[in-house]
Design a protein around this ligand. Structure first.
Ligand SMILES: Cc1cc2nc3c(=O)[nH]c(=O)nc-3n(C[C@H](O)[C@H](O)[C@H](O)COP(=O)(O)O)c2cc1C
Length: 618
């Protein structure tokens, strides 16, 4: 939707006016037709008609609407008070002449040109506009530190008119600029929290999605005020949902946004992949679907469970090939998750029963699984700084091996309390050397691994999984937001990493309705990261089956995440485990198989592994 149309819609919605939206066929130049030129002589969008009144220019239309529908609750022009009305005019002009010229080129360069017209971003234009925008925001910050809204302590048209461009700007990689202006940020958060803004976001998001570019060119024209907006478009059914729209991730053309999350299934044998794993992954593959493999150990000492696959020998590389082929035969994209468990391991899994390595020598306390079993971990051995390049090299070799096996790329497992996380998080890392202490030092190991892998295979096929808020394996951080932002800003963005796979915090009980809900705390990372942003629900091994039963990333949650621009892709773990045809089930809005937790990690090649039925088998 065009920002000009959005400006008018915001006002129509704020005053509760009834109206109809009529599309203009852009490609056939309907906006230059005599009928349209009679309403808007410049052949631009929108044009507005209310009985005999015909108007053009979005700010003029908006003001007309706000004046016509003024009430004590919707007095957005403040015409009854000379001084207040003058301030509304001042800040409306500021939007048109200062704010808009600074922010709109960034939106065009980062969002509209690449998404709709296939034109790459001109970074020079973006950088210059950002400098301009910062100067404008300095003025806004000063103003908003004195008054709640721009024209005074009342919301007015001066605020509403900022909505369209700011909304789109927040979807660009530069949204974090607002973080440096706390009063502006609070002002924007109060605007975007208004019911009107939430309602309009479905329309607004269409511009950011290349897949619907044809629809987007049908920009709105307003003629009259009869019925509501066409209902089918405001409330898309699952069949037309955002989650099922195509997406281009770097060189990979994905058919939809539903991703298989990495899932350890303990069906390998002696770190070699077995043929039933080809059946399992092949079942979950479909054209343009993105699959991430289970965690694959980078060395013998990296294993954190029995019967997990490895990628440090040629034999292991060969054993992966039929699996990768099975996935590719179905037209899916397949990345391999590379993993070192660090201290989350036990002596039986270690070569010669030696101690597992870590950033620390603190042991993880025994854990009780959902099934009531006690898992004991060995006391780890703190790695000497001189040993660390060897471990980095193991990751590098495993990445090379993954590509040799035919994978399309690798995902670095820097989440869930495993080795990389053990270095990053301050509840575990108690080192005093160059790998401990400051944020920069704690992230050094992660950076070296990511750099080595990007160097080995190129940044194009590299993703990184982070779980800043998680405390699995007693691995937590006192400032998770700063931690993840640091990794994103200093490593992922400069290296041009393809995707960031971020795990939500565990679900929380909503005090309003007592239900478990996703906290949705990944937004700052989504804004900071310049590549594809993939989200996944937080997994709590102790939470029983409640996560999915109470929400989590079910189809609706996933759809909303994509619709709101919160994520590009959504990974599904347990739902995909139990539903080999998950995207198709979403497409048909079909019932889902329930997963059987008792078979998650058993070694049966069929039971709870390849025997979950497809929808057409039911
Ligand atoms: C059986 C099982 C195995 C898992 N194995 C891995 C793994 O190998 N690597 C990883 O990063 N996360 C792993 N996870 C976490 C999942 O990727 C995912 O984050 C979690 O299941 C929450 O997503 P969901 O609610 O969609 O299931 C595993 C989860 C389950 C249930």
């Amino acid at each position: 939707m065009s920002t000009n149309v959005a400006r008018v819609l915001v006002c129509l919605e704020e005053v509760g006016a009834e109206y109809d939206v009529v599309n203009i066929d852009f490609p056939s130049m309907e906006h230059k037709s005599p009928a349209h030129l009679a309403r808007n002589p410049f052949g631009q969008i929108p044009a507005f008609q209310d009985g005999d009144v015909v108007l053009f220019e979005s700010r003029a239309i908006s003001k007309y609407v706000l004046r016509k529908y003024k009430s004590s609750k919707t007095d957005f022009m403040r015409d009854g008070n000379l001084n207040e009305a003058a301030m509304v005019d001042v800040w409306t002009e500021v939007e048109a002449h200062q704010y808009n010229p600074a922010i709109s080129p960034i939106v065009y360069q980062c969002l509209i040109f690449p998404a709709l017209r296939g034109i790459p971003t001109d970074q020079k234009v973006v950088d210059e506009s950002l400098e301009k925008l910062k100067k404008v925001l300095d003025v806004y910050e000063a103003r908003l530190s004195k008054t709640k809204y721009l024209a005074g302590d009342f919301i007015s048209f001066a605020d509403l008119t900022h909505f369209p461009y700011t909304y789109y700007f927040m979807m660009t990689p530069h949204a974090s600029v607002f973080d440096s202006y706390p009063h502006v940020k609070t002002w924007w958060e109060s605007l975007v929290a208004r019911p009107t803004a939430k309602k309009l976001s479905t329309y607004m998001l269409e511009v950011a999605q290349p897949s619907v570019s044809e629809e987007v060119t049908n920009l709105g024209e307003f003629v009259g005020r009869s019925s509501r907006i066409r209902p089918g478009r405001m409330e898309p059914t699952l069949a037309t949902s955002h989650l099922l729209t195509p997406y281009k991730m770097g060189e990979f053309s994905l058919a939809h946004r539903v991703v298989l999350a990495p899932l350890t299934r303990c069906r390998a044998h002696g770190s070699l992949v077995r043929p039933h794993m080809a059946v399992y992954y092949g079942q979950r593959a479909s054209p343009g679907c993105f699959l991430v493999s289970e965690a694959c150990a980078v060395s013998e000492a990296a294993r954190g469970a029995r019967d997990v696959p490895g990628l440090w020998t040629d034999e292991q590389v060969q054993s992966w090939k039929p699996v990768v082929d099975a996935v590719h035969a179905k037209g899916a994209v397949f990345f391999c998750q590379l993993w070192h468990a660090g201290r989350a391991s036990c002596a039986e899994l270690q070569p010669n029963g030696q101690a597992p390595v870590s950033s620390t020598d603190k042991q993880v306390r025994p854990q009780i699984t959902h099934a009531g079993n006690v898992v004991e971990f060995a006391t780890p051995r703190r790695l000497e700084a001189e040993e660390i390049p060897n471990i980095v090299n193991e990751f590098r070799i495993a990445a090379r091996n993954a590509m040799k096996a035919g994978f399309d790329g690798v995902e670095i497992h820097a989440a869930n309390g495993y080795l990389i996380d053990q270095f990053m998080k301050d509840s575990v890392n108690d080192r005093m050397d160059a790998y401990g202490g400051s944020l920069e030092n704690r992230c050094r190991f992660a950076t070296k691994v990511i750099e080595a892998i990007a160097d080995e295979v190129g940044p194009g096929p590299v993703g990184v999984r982070l779980s800043p808020f998680a405390d699995y394996m007693e691995c937590s951080d006192s400032d998770p937001e700063a931690l993840a932002l640091h990794v994103i800003r200093t490593t992922l963005n400069p290296l041009g990493v393809l995707y960031c796979h971020a795990v939500e915090p565990r679900m929380r009980v909503n005090p309003d309705d007592g239900k478990l809900t996703l906290p949705h705390m990944l937004l700052p990372f989504r804004r900071a990261f310049q590549g594809t942003f993939l989200v996944n629900g937080g997994y709590d091994p102790e939470e029983g089956d409640a996560a999915v039963a109470n929400g989590g990333y079910d189809p609706e949650e996933g759809d909303a995440a994509v619709a709101k621009g919160y994520a590009d892709l959504v990974a599904y773990g347990r739902l995909f485990l139990a539903n080999p045809d998950l995207p198709e089930r979403f497409r048909r809005n079909a019932a889902l198989n329930k997963y059987d937790r008792s078979t998650f990690y058993t070694s049966d090649p069929v039971l709870g592994y390849t025997d979950y039925p497809f929808i057409d088998q039911l």
